[in-house]
Design a protein around this ligand. Structure first.
Ligand SMILES: [Zn+2]
Length: 65
């Protein structure tokens, strides 16, 4: 009987760890999407397409919020 209880306890602990790992991965993906430097945008002043950074590389206009 003790063996069954220990197996059940280990199963619960393993599933709990797996849930924690998957939740951490989801949070990492969300934070990456929120980073402004990774998103592309078009400059409102000159229409230049900026792939990296918060300021236009052509006319140095700051990225609109
Ligand atoms: Zn520009």
């Amino acid at each position: 009987m003790e063996i069954i209880i220990s197996i059940l306890l280990s199963c619960i602990i393993i599933s709990f760890i797996l849930i924690l790992i998957t939740q951490k991965n989801i949070n990492k993906i969300n934070t990456n999407e929120d980073k402004p430097c990774l998103s592309e945008w078009d400059c409102p002043e000159c229409g230049f397409h900026i792939q990296l950074g918060d300021s236009c590389t052509y006319c140095y206009t700051q990225k609109p919020l």
